[in-house]
Design a protein around this ligand. Structure first.
Ligand SMILES: Nc1ncnc2c1ncn2[C@@H]1O[C@H](COP(=O)(O)OP(=O)(O)OP(=O)(O)O)[C@@H](O)[C@H]1O
Length: 517
């Protein structure tokens, strides 16, 4: 068992370092509890939604601890974002990755082995952790009593049941097996883990049950109003769907004007929204069509854009301000990004008011993550999914074909087995999307928590932020006694009315397969 607290240099006044080093006013709910557990030397598993501020949960302990914190990160871009941000606030941080020169690497390793490393955080790839030489260095630092802890970011990459499986992550069990007496404390962080993935993370890393603290934020966020809209058909002309979305956006505008008055509403910063689409062409076309409405400025975002355009669009969109006045035209009240799932990483706009899925999301983890970009500021926000049976079946057919192709392709048996497992996980995940969308008999907040295994986490003793009441969405919900305070279409409309809306999907020759629901 780790010698709790032995790595702490000074009596940690967490708030002091939060203000002084990280320049933040206060901890977000749960952050302080997680940081305290990390500082005390516990193994920690944290499952928290995108932009919760998970990085702070190992960065602040690293700053106030003696010795080195090693951070495993799967992507160079993510790694560099964090390294640059830490350098900007004067924290001693290094990284060894594919861009590190031999000379730089030598300086970093010399510091690491010096017996009193200046570096507080060292960011590395999981692949580096597989190499004998790096492992020998880590063992030396550990023997010198200078390895404070290991933080594993995006820990869901360990599991073949996860949506971003990365084989090198599976070798990270080495830390607990080899860095013993005392065992090195580990902090594992993820935004999305189903119960299977969670079990894999805890078992594969060898987190110690007696020393493990679990934390999570609810997968369904109380301030988000969840809704599914059923479409008769996606084929051909999408005008009806565009009109429907425009009406949805105008209703938000009306509510804002009713609340603030027309003039004051026009003076407010623009409201940000995201519409996720499946194809680049759709993102271009839909952005164009939405922009025809004078209250909307919409822009397409996809992997086909030049990197500098992507950066520019993202930067503009993440800083909502009052739109410029051009002539006599009213200022657009909405700033909408119409994006493929290339838009995701590194988005840091806490003021997103709505997230729309133009077609059903391909995975449930993806849905929870993407819809969770709404309302990070804690204010009322909305998630809307457009759903249709043709699209459901098209996705399932495509997945079945992929599975078949995989089964028939040559290659080592274990590689094929692993790919098949991952494919099965993808199919399971999409079936959860189908269940979420087709259910008309249950609160969507409850359904999300159930499908994501939040209730199991609760049973395992995971700590959550103090429960916040569902926030009233203007005109959408009023505080009441349903599980979510009327913050979903089921609780607001009731089973009969929702069922009726759902039946619009069967206007064509479709029969519902109740097996999905
Ligand atoms: N207590 C706080 N007060 C204000 N801002 C904070 C606080 N904690 C973190 N942040 C900010 O929140 C943003 C998101 O933090 P971070 O990148 O750590 O999120 P994350 O949970 O790792 O999200 P993701 O899953 O997208 O990686 C950052 O800009 C960070 O500086």
């Amino acid at each position: 068992m780790a010698d709790k607290g032995s790595f702490t240099r000074r009596r940690p006044d967490l708030e002091f370092y939060l203000h002084r080093v990280f320049r933040k006013k206060s901890f977000r709910p749960l952050q302080r509890e997680v940081i305290k557990a990390v500082v005390e030397g516990h193994d920690v598993f944290l499952q928290a939604s995108t932009s919760f501020g998970k990085s702070l949960c190992f960065q602040l302990p690293a700053v106030i601890s003696n010795g080195l914190t090693v951070v495993i990160c799967p992507l160079l871009a993510l790694m560099m974002d964090q390294v640059n941000a830490l350098q900007n606030i004067g924290v001693e941080v290094s990284t060894i990755n594919s861009n590190t020169t031999i000379a730089e690497r030598r300086v970093i390793l010399d510091d690491m082995r010096s017996g009193h490393p200046r570096t507080r955080l060292l960011y590395v790839t999981p692949e580096l952790c597989q190499t004998d030489s790096f492992r020998r260095n880590l063992q030396l630092v550990h023997r010198q009593g200078q390895l404070a802890r290991v933080a594993i970011d995006e820990a869901h990459c360990m599991s073949e049941w996860g949506h971003d499986f990365r084989p090198a992550y599976q070798e990270l069990g080495w830390f607990k097996k080899s860095l013993v007496n005392p065992p090195v404390p580990i902090t594992a962080l993820t935004a999305t883990a189903t119960p299977r993935v969670r079990t894999d993370i805890i078992n594969m890393l060898g987190l110690e049950p007696t020393n493990l603290k679990l934390f999570n934020t609810p997968s369904a966020r109380p301030n988000i109003h969840y809704e599914v809209r059923y479409l008769e058909n996606y084929e051909g002309d999408e005008s009806a769907q565009v009109d429907n979305l425009l009406a949805y956006i105008r209703a938000i505008k009306k509510r804002r004007e009713a609340r603030l008055g027309v003039e004051e509403a026009a003076r407010q910063p623009q409201m940000s929204g995201i519409v996720y689409v499946g194809l680049r062409t759709v993102s271009e076309q839909l952005a164009y069509r939405l922009s025809q409405d004078k209250s909307i400025s919409a822009v397409a975002y996809h992997a086909g854009l030049a990197p500098q355009d992507r950066t520019r669009i993202q930067a503009l969109w993440t800083e909502p301000k009052q739109a410029p006045k051009i002539g006599d035209k009213p200022r657009p009240m909405f700033s909408i990004i119409v994006a493929t799932n290339a838009f995701g990483m590194g988005i840091d706009n806490p003021h997103v008011r709505f997230v729309v899925h133009w077609t059903p999301p391909r995975s449930f983890e993806g849905f929870v993550q993407e819809s969770g970009r709404a309302g990070r500021d804690g204010r009322a926000a909305a998630s809307l999914v457009y759903y249709n049976l043709n699209e459901r079946d098209r996705i399932i057919d495509r997945m079945n074909r992929d599975t078949e192709n995989m089964r028939n392709r040559g290659g080592p048996k274990d590689v094929i087995a692993s790919l098949m497992k991952n494919q099965e996980a993808r199919m399971d995940s999409f079936k959860k999307v189908v269940r979420y969308c087709e259910s008309v008999t249950r609160c969507r907040h409850d359904l999300i928590k159930d499908l994501f295994g939040d209730f199991e986490l609760e049973e395992m003793g995971s700590q959550q932020p103090p429960s916040s009441q569902a926030v009233r969405m203007d005109g959408l919900g009023v505080p009441g006694s349903t599980p979510c305070n009327y913050a979903c279409d089921f609780c607001k409309e009731g089973r009969v009315s929702l069922g009726k809306r759902k039946r619009t999907m069967y206007a064509s020759d479709y029969m519902i397969d109740e097996g999905y629901v």
